[in-house]
Design a protein around this ligand. Structure first.
Ligand SMILES: [Zn+2]
Length: 184
């Protein structure tokens, strides 16, 4: 006999009893809303990419708004990194702090353009075999996060997942990489 364990809806985060092993949303409504959200996120992402394309590639130091746009990090996180001198920065006058783009690229590899393109052209880049994956629960425990935060980061960084039974798996390499950077 299969005992179904409650799962968290990927849209509303409510606990629900899945109808099938692959159910990730608590209701049809949440499924539809998630689809609409995905569509509008795709539009926003396109806008973001258009804005990023306008930032000259050769610029070694970029402004805080540019860094926020490219690396999708919070302003506060970025200022914290600057204060702690974890990211080289230059101050071109009051309110005109610029940060080292290459250092940020190293810190947030998944957000860098090259990686994103690579990901698109090679979907088999990820090792989704169980021995090379964490479950969401394991990730939450290892990095001391709430499950919902883990799901948010997985969506934010477009990390592929795989579901087997009641467990959602994500590749260890990618997870370690995002949490080695600084996540809000
Ligand atoms: Zn729901």
């Amino acid at each position: 006999m299969i005992k179904r364990v409650k799962r968290e809806c990927l849209h509303c985060s409510e606990q629900f009893i899945p109808k099938t092993v692959t159910s990730v949303y608590c209701s049809e409504q949440c499924g539809k809303k998630a689809y609409q959200k995905r569509k509008s996120l795709e539009k926003l992402e396109q806008k973001r990419q258009d804005l990023i394309a306008k930032i000259p590639e050769g610029k070694l130091f970029i402004t805080v708004p540019e860094a926020v746009l490219i690396f999708e990090i919070g302003r506060e996180t970025l200022y914290r990194l600057i204060r702690k001198k974890r990211v080289p920065s230059i101050n071109e006058g009051e309110r005109l702090i610029k940060v080292d783009r290459a250092a940020l690229e190293e810190m947030f590899p998944l957000a860098s353009k090259e990686k994103a393109q690579k990901k698109e052209t090679n979907p088999y880049l990820y090792d989704l075999s169980i021995e090379n994956c964490y479950t969401i629960g394991e990730i939450a425990k290892k990095f001391q996060l709430h499950d919902t935060s883990v799901y948010k980061h997985i969506r934010k960084y477009s990390i592929p997942t795989r579901q087997i039974g009641n467990y959602v798996y994500a590749p260890k390499g990618e997870i370690d990489r995002i949490y080695n950077g600084i996540i809000d």
